[in-house]
Design a protein around this ligand. Structure first.
Ligand code: CAA
Length: 389
């Protein structure tokens, strides 16, 4: 019998601030129905001036280290597409903030929103090679589009940290995976830009094509039949996208694709993403957290995952929920992380959106805004300075 490997613990963190879509709609004159119903978004997480992918990631991972210690963690994989440095992995800052042992490899991974799934699969490979090891996989992103662009309503920010190891307490990840890659320019961010560029409607079409491709490959590798799955967790750039994707999959396999069937299959997975917004690499794992935190009992049930990253790469894979998993969930902490956010008005959000660090190498302190456990204190001589509280 092969060793069971998967997610032993999962923890999320999001930002200090939140912008309700009502405030955005009031500012730009959009009918709120387009946001609440059309794209399925209620609000978006907005980072404080002293928050970034590192502070979010450390906040997500700290409770995992507090519960399990750092013994056996010899690898940290940090997945992001809103990287803060072209050379140094954001994970090295997190390694330092969490006080992890120096006998550790740390690396940053990128392929748009898909990166964390690559991280999870690579982690499983490492654990298979040495079952005594555990891997800390972190997905952390700040989604940022131009002000007054169609993408603006689909911004957000969050991090999810996962401890991957043998005999997982929460979810066993299964083989096979179905994988898919296509060279498309649906969404990208050149190195000289803070905000992403996107062809919105092309990106939806590319996502649907990837769903089909990943599922096809999954079935060709003897994956489970569709009816085996108790729920489906999709990457959610906006929650309505999960509905579009699942309808596409059901149509592709020739199953009924009415709204009730789709809602039953994925309704619970959207609860966090609808109020946090797009968190890129973290999004699909926020979907998993929302499902596990709310579902009645998923013991021994299989969950289907569709991870999509523009550009594009997708993967369909399955996980089986482990008996006793509910004792290991962090439902209360997840709700607290979301509920503690302070509501911004549109003007304050816009000011935060426009903030950039001067590139002159001087000393630039950030205003103390976050009440989170870690903060970005400023930039000194082109170096980011982080603080733990
Ligand atoms: N009441 C109810 N619904 C309304 C409405 C109203 N008053 N007004 C409009 N709608 C509906 C529309 O009918 C439409 O629904 P359907 O898609 O089901 O037809 C929906 O609201 C959106 O309307 P539009 O298509 O007119 O909106 P838009 O042109 O502003 O673009 C968007 C929407 C493409 C998602 C845009 O927000 C965008 O570019 N977002 C960023 C890109 C993105 O998220 N792409 C997703 C796939 S790529 C990916 O997944 C990777 C990633 O993370 C980026």
């Amino acid at each position: 019998m092969s060793t069971s490997i998967g997610i032993h613990d999962l923890s999320l963190a999001t930002t200090e601030f939140v912008l309700p879509h009502t405030a955005l709609a009031e500012y730009n004159g959009t009918d709120i129905g387009k946001y609440h119903v059309g794209i399925g978004q209620q609000s978006m997480s907005v980072p404080a001036a002293d928050e970034d992918i590192v502070t979010l990631a450390a906040a997500a991972a700290a409770p995992i280290i507090a519960r399990h210690g750092s013994d056996g963690i010899r690898t940290v994989i940090f997945a992001t597409e809103s990287s803060i440095d072209q050379a140094k992995s954001a994970g090295v800052y997190v390694h330092s903030l969490l006080g992890l042992p120096s006998a550790c490899r740390v690396v940053e991974l990128k392929q748009a929103c898909y990166g964390a799934t690559a991280g999870l699969q690579f982690a499983i490979g490492l654990v298979r090679r040495d079952p005594t090891q555990r891997v800390l996989v972190i997905a952390s992103d700040v989604s940022k589009y131009d002000l007054d662009s169609p993408g603006e309503a689909t911004q957000g920010a969050a991090a999810v940290a996962m401890l991957v190891g043998t005999d997982p307490a929460v979810l066993r990840i299964e083989e096979p995976s179905g994988v898919f890659t296509a060279d498309v320019m649906d969404f990208w961010r050149p190195n000289y830009r803070d905000t992403a560029l996107v062809d919105g409607h092309e990106s939806i079409a590319a996502y649907l094509q990837a769903v089909e491709g990943a599922w096809k490959d999954y079935t060709e590798h003897d994956g489970r039949p569709l009816e085996d799955f108790a729920a489906f967790v999709y990457h959610q750039p906006f929650t309505k996208m999960a509905y579009k994707a699942h309808r596409h999959l059901l149509d592709y396999v020739g199953f009924a694709s009415d709204k009730d069937t789709i809602s039953k299959a994925l309704g619970l997975t959207t609860a966090y993403n609808t109020v946090i917004g797009n968190s890129y690499t973290a999004s699909v794992y926020l979907g998993l957290a929302a499902l596990l935190d709310q579902a009645e009992d998923l013991t021994d049930r299989s969950i289907g995952f569709l991870s999509y990253g523009s550009g594009s790469v997708a993967e369909f894979f399955a996980g089986t929920v482990v008996p006793g998993y509910r004792e290991h969930l962090r439902t209360e902490a997840h709700h607290e992380s979301i509920d503690r956010r302070k509501t911004l008005d549109y003007a304050a959000y816009r000011e935060l959106h426009q903030r950039t660090f001067p590139a002159d190498g001087g000393d630039h302190l950030t205003p103390a805004q976050t009440s989170g456990p870690f903060r970005l204190a400023g930039l000194r001589g082109h170096k980011r300075i982080y603080e733990a509280r």
